[in-house]
Design a protein. Structure first.
Length: 296
């Protein structure tokens, strides 16, 4: 059996020493824990910044490709002058030298060492470039849509198979003279006459809306189609109409059959093209048309 005898002062000293050692150990452990937590947070932050930098590099590469595609599309669509495209390298594709250098520096730099200010600056630059490309693509879309609408609304092609028997302009009336005794009289022919067998199909020459069908004076049974961009077309002397007023028609759609209704001397279709309220010569809208003596 062991027996120890300690004074009260010694016991108090041991208690104070133990308490001090415990507090000091807790302080050291707390500092180490804060250090390891801070170190772990920094590692997570560095990992996030590296991922963000790599994603920005990929996005910048996509923007550079969008710039390349934008230039190629503008060149193909003829949005710049042909002379300028031929004499310069513009429109050949690929980013500019400054863009390539900036992209190369961004790709070769250590993404972990990039500061938040640099990443924010690159993000803002990338956003501006993306907005510029988006605006450019919208312009290209508008350009394509406008030209497609103009193409679809411009009369093109023959309304029916046949041969031109009377052209646009002044001519001698085929119906003979008037009551004043004239054997022949001159009149303005506001279209062209295309003759063929009866019931030859008559087709619309452009997209539009049917504004009038039925009998119209000396024109007989007519179809009047209104197109965009100030165009309208009229098809007269038909034997049978296959469309109704208010109907949307497409180029090449069957709208009537050739006949000899109204003031006519034989089976044909009278074809007129109007632009901004005035009749124009339809010959310029007939692809591969053969000229007649009346056209000279």
């Amino acid at each position: 059996m062991w027996r120890f005898r300690f004074t009260l002062n010694f016991l108090l000293f041991c208690a104070v020493l133990w308490t001090s050692a415990t507090i000091w150990a807790g302080y050291l452990i707390g500092r180490n824990i804060d250090y390891w937590i801070t170190k772990a947070d920094n590692q997570v932050m560095r990992t996030k910044m590296a991922y963000l930098a790599s994603e920005m590099d990929r996005s910048r590469d996509l923007v550079a490709k969008a710039v390349d595609t934008d230039r190629q599309m503008r060149s193909l669509l003829g949005m710049h002058s042909r002379r300028r495209i031929i004499q310069t390298d513009e429109g050949m594709g690929g980013p500019e030298a400054g863009e390539r250098l900036g992209l190369l520096q961004s790709l070769t730099a250590d993404p972990v060492r990039l500061s938040p200010a640099v990443i924010r600056s690159n993000a803002l630059a990338l956003r501006r470039q993306s907005q510029q490309r988006l605006a450019s693509f919208r312009d290209i879309g508008w350009y394509i849509s406008t030209n497609r609408s103009l193409y679809r609304s411009t009369p093109s092609g023959w309304p029916a198979e046949g041969r031109i028997t009377s052209g646009f302009g002044y001519r001698f009336s085929p119906m003979g003279g008037h009551d004043d005794g004239d054997v022949e009289s001159s009149e303005f022919h506001s279209g062209v006459d295309i003759a063929n067998r009866a019931d030859t199909p008559v087709l619309a020459t452009a997209d539009g809306i049917v504004r009038r069908t039925g009998w119209y004076g000396g024109y007989g049974k007519v179809v009047l189609i209104e197109h965009q961009w100030g165009f309208s077309t009229l098809y007269g002397h038909t034997s049978k109409v296959e469309v109704r007023e208010g109907e949307a028609v497409r180029r090449g759609q069957l709208i009537a059959y050739m006949g000899t209704t109204g003031r006519s001397t034989g089976d044909h279709v009278h074809y007129e093209v109007w632009r901004h309220g005035k009749p124009v010569n339809p010959i310029q809208y007939l692809r591969g048309s053969e000229r007649t003596d009346d056209d000279e």
